[in-house]
Design a protein around this ligand. Structure first.
Ligand code: KIV
Ligand code: NA
Length: 264
């Protein structure tokens, strides 16, 4: 049971083996996800919504992410652990280096940042100094107020082209992984094929190299609303570990995400 690293994920991509990611925020759930075979765990700033009850991710702090990263780190053996850099914690290169250091020292293997061209210098500097970067394009929730709501991105051809160009530029700058959130499946497929690095989708169709979901959605405990691109696996299995295995299996065999979870 060797540890998952960025090299492992690259090999999965080259072999066409679909891999699975989940968010996690504490040692117990993270340990269960790890032992059932999830490859990547993300301490997402989604914790602002699912743990703290806010309506977006903006209130989350570096200390919040660091605390939950330390918790998750205690519970896992095999997974690659990514920590989200929260809103405005990477506004300048200087801030980025300082705050990413905190998250790496809390136990992350990689940090995730939302955005395109403006981040290229930060991505390069982090990578050169030993901090691997996961980029995040499409519906980047920290920009919800710029987008005017949680809306699918990249639907018109100008925006689609911009996202593709930014994905290539982030890879060239040194990013080792990319998350694509809520974009049309055809665009996600084109980006996945254009890049050497692995691409993880959420609401991005089933042609990306891996999938990620928020654990609360998978376990059907997000209050009220479950996003259309997500799936409640607890409902069909009745048991948490079985739900995680069903998610892994459906990603591996290509049945999740299905058409009903996909934007066109
Ligand atoms: O914060 C989060 O959970 C995320 C994933 C949805 C990709 O960024
Ligand atoms: Na996030």
């Amino acid at each position: 049971m060797s540890k998952v690293t960025s090299s492992t994920l690259l090999k999965f991509k080259q072999e066409g083996k679909k891999f699975t990611a989940l968010t996690a925020y504490d040692a117990s759930f993270a340990g269960a996800f790890d032992s059932e075979g999830i490859d990547v765990l993300l301490v997402g700033d989604s914790l602002g919504m699912v743990l703290q009850g806010h309506s977006d991710t903006l209130p989350v702090t570096v200390d919040d992410i660091a605390y939950h990263t330390r918790c998750v780190r205690q519970g896992i053996e095999r997974c690659l652990l990514i920590a989200d850099m929260p809103f405005m914690s990477y506004a300048t290169v200087e801030q980025t280096l300082t705050n990413a250091t905190v998250l790496m020292q809390a136990g992350a293997n990689m940090v995730k940042v939302e955005g395109g061209k403006w981040l290229l210098e930060s991505v390069t500097q982090l990578t050169e100094r030993g901090i691997p970067v996961c980029a995040h394009l499409g519906l980047t929730p920290q920009s919800v107020n710029v987008f005017g709501g949680f809306k699918v991105q990249g639907r018109d051809s100008d925006n689609a082209q911009r996202i593709l160009d930014e994905a290539k530029a982030l890879e060239a700058a040194g990013a080792q992984l990319l998350v694509l959130e809520c974009i049309p499946a055809t665009l996600a497929k084109a980006i996945t094929q254009a890049l050497t690095i692995p691409v993880i989708g959420i609401g991005a169709g089933n042609d990306t190299d891996g999938q990620i979901l928020v654990m609360h959605d998978v376990l059907g405990i997000s209050s009220g609303y479950i996003p259309r691109f997500s799936k409640n696996y607890l409902k069909q299995t009745g048991e948490i570990r079985a739900a995680v295995r069903a998610y892994i299996e459906e990603v591996a065999n290509g049945t999740f995400p299905a058409e009903e979870h996909t934007f066109n």
